[in-house]
Structure formats: C-alpha cells, structure tokens
Design a protein around this ligand. Structure first.
Ligand SMILES: [Cu+2]
Length: 111
C-alpha cells in the first residue's frame, strides 16, 4: 500500500504539471486568435520647403492621399508644414516623405 501511495502522489503531481500549462497555453492561444483591433491612426507632421501657393498644397496632398494607408492630409504653405494622418500598417513616414519629394518639394528632416 505504501508503495502504491508513493507512486500515486507523483502521478497526480505530474498530471497537474502537464494539464495546467496545457490549459494556459490553450487560453493564451485563444487570445491570440482573436481578431486584432484595427491599428490606431498615426499623425506625421513634416516641414516641407518649396511651397509657394495653395496649388502646391494641393499637389502635395493629392500625392499623399493617393498613397495606400493615408487617411488625411493638410498642407500649409505659410507654415511650410504638412500634416498627414495614416495607418501605420499600410504606409510609413519614409514612404510619405518619399512621396512628397517625388512631387518636387523638399523635406529637410528624414524620419
Ligand atoms: Cu504653388
């Protein structure tokens, strides 16, 4: 009997050790399988040089809103500033900067 008891106790402990992590892993896997929340929009403010009128603002924002992931654009020629709201999973500051430079305007800082 003593032998049997001594044998059962480790068996029970082993069961707990094996089952609990499995349940935890299952719970965690369940969590990670939930649909990811839509990524929050990011705002990028850039100094853009070379704008001389409102047509320049339109040119830049036209190019930026054509980029996938850019949700809004505001350009201010008097402030030499362009503010872009974008979805980080779809575009990034480097692509946005490149798109502005492609229109012929200068972006002094490299993000
Ligand atoms: Cu202009």
């Amino acid at each position: 009997m003593i032998t049997l008891r001594a044998l059962r106790a480790p068996c029970l402990a082993l069961t707990v050790v094996l089952v609990v992590p499995t349940l935890l892993a299952t719970a965690l896997a369940g969590c990670s399988r939930e649909p990811a929340a839509p990524s929050a929009a990011a705002t990028l403010e850039l100094r853009v040089e070379g704008m001389t009128c409102s047509a320049c603002e339109l040119t830049i924002c036209g190019a930026l809103t054509a980029l996938p992931g850019v949700t809004s654009c505001a350009a201010s020629q008097p402030d030499s500033k362009v503010t872009v709201v974008y979805e980080p999973g779809k575009t990034n500051p480097a692509q946005i900067t490149a798109a502005i430079r492609a229109t012929g305007y200068e972006v002094p800082s490299t993000p």
